[in-house]
Every structure is written in C-alpha cells, then in structure tokens.
Design a protein around this ligand. Sequence first.
Ligand SMILES: Nc1ncnc2c1ncn2[C@@H]1O[C@H](COP(=O)(O)OP(=O)(O)OP(=O)(O)O)[C@@H](O)[C@H]1O
Ligand SMILES: [Mg+2]
Length: 291
Amino acid sequence: MKDQAERLRQMVMTLREKRDKNRGGPRVIAVTSGKGGVGKTNISVNLAISLSKQGYKVIIIDADFGLANVDVLLGIIPKYTFKDFIKSQMSITDILTEGPCGIRFISGGSGMYDLVNLSSTHLERIVEDICKLDGWADIIIIDTAAGISNNVIKFAVAASETILVTTPEPTSITDAYALMKAISTLKQEVRINLIVNKAENIKEAVEIIDRFADAANKFLGITVTKLGYVLFDGAVTKAVKRQQAFCIASPNSYASKCIQTIAGNLIDGRYNPNIRVSGIGTFIKRLLGRR
Ligand SMILES: Nc1ncnc2c1ncn2[C@@H]1O[C@H](COP(=O)(O)OP(=O)(O)OP(=O)(O)O)[C@@H](O)[C@H]1O
Ligand SMILES: [Mg+2]
C-alpha cells in the first residue's frame, strides 16, 4: 500500500515536472563557486552529458571570462564564440558547437561581458535573438568563473537556479559561504543547490553538506538543496588529460556514478519542488539589470 502511494506520488511529480518543463522555456542554471579549481567545468560538462543521455536537450554556456574551459575539456575547437555573435549579424544558433552525446555549447569568453557596452538597438536584436535558444534547450547550464567578483555574482543572481560547488577544503567552504551570502544580499529568493566535489569518502561529503546547509539556514535563513557529491577520483584527472568527459571515458567510475545521481536529483521534483522555468531571455535581461 505504501509502495503504491509512493509510486503514485512519483508519477504526479514526473507529470508536474514534464508540465513545468514545457512551460516558459528552459531552466537556466548557473554553476558557480567561491574558490577556483573546485570542478565547476567538469561538473557542468558531465552533468550536461548525463542529462542529455536521459533525453533532455542541454546547452552549456561557457561564461568563464578568463579561460574558456569547456572546449578544452572536450577537445573541441569551436568555430565561433559569443564575440562573433555580437560583432556580426550571426544568429545565436549559428555559434552553437556540437559536443558529445547531443549536448551543445557556446564559448562565451569575454564576449559575454561586451554585452554591457552595446547600444540599446544592438542589444535589442541580441536579446531577441538569444531567446531562440529557448526552443533548443530544456536546460541551459552556465559555467561561470569563480570568486565573489561582481560579474560572478551577477550571473548567479540572474539565473533562476544556482549550483554552488565546493571541495572539502576549509578555504573552499568559507569562500562558497561568502559567495552565497553575497548572492543573498542581492536576491530575495535564493535557490542554492550544493555539490561537494573531490570528497575523500561519502561520510566526509555528507558531513560537509549537512553542516553547510545548517549554517545557511541558521545564519542566513537560506534553504540549501543538498544536490549531492562527487568523490575524488583519478578517472577525472585521467579524462581531463585525454580531453574527454569522464562520464564518457570512464562511465563506471565512482565520479560518473555520482554525476548520474546528481543529474537524477536535479530533475527530481522532490529536490526542486518549485522548479523555475524562466528562459534565457529573462536571464539576459536580469544580467543586464533590466528587470
Ligand atoms: N572529482 C574529482 N576528482 C579528481 N579530480 C578532480 C575532480 N573534479 C575535478 N578534478 C580536477 O580538478 C581540476 C579543476 O577542475 P575544473 O577545471 O573542472 O574546475 P573549475 O572549478 O572549473 O576551475 P576554474 O575555477 O579554473 O574554472 C581539474 O584538473 C580536474 O582534473
Ligand atoms: Mg572552469
């Protein structure tokens, strides 16, 4: 009886999820961190592939203005970048690069930040064209730079959801907390999904996630969604050296299994009861402070 009730509940969740998925455009999720090198790009790429394998259309926007990483990680040289889109009459869909397992990505680089200096007529065309992405994706993942600089915070504030990545190192945890605090001062309803990466074991990961979520709730009044963890795994470094996504190079590795669980949690209505589907247009307008 209990099993049947649970199955029914899950069915309703899935239906609700499907309904939300089709309304108002894709979910726009910023992947961010306080400290650099914690695994944002690896998580963005492998999560995108894992979601794509489950039938979702996923686009990654590489918004790390310092170093364009997604292309390097995948060993793919993009023909065009966001700069080409801004500087020419190209459409946003022309600058999409095909990645493995059906994912697509846009190399944003510094071009993302040229947006703020455009004349308003030029900007109108750009924003209007960017909205075409809504028809190309169910989920848009934005791989941001690290740190509590204005630019990084703006991306996290503009996105409807944020994935915050930390490692078990105390410096990484305190920087993640500082970033979350900075986001919360600019945004009323903060939606933080936490991932602990490079954990030595499950116990360590769970303890950090619980402590972080408790502190966020107690001191900032923020409810943190415990999205999951990725164990430290040599398969990741090996795949990075081969310029392959680890979930393709080593699908049975610990790290790949962790990513699969995280992908499942991300689309599970129980983890995200009020999934926000805002579309890329809203994201860009918020980024530019127009809403
Ligand atoms: N779970 C893991 N196990 C082992 N090594 C990992 C793991 N995750 C990431 N790494 C290693 O950490 C390094 C940094 O990863 P990545 O480039 O994804 O981080 P990042 O947060 O995007 O960095 P940046 O802030 O520079 O953009 C990579 O060299 C990768 O091999
Ligand atoms: Mg990166």
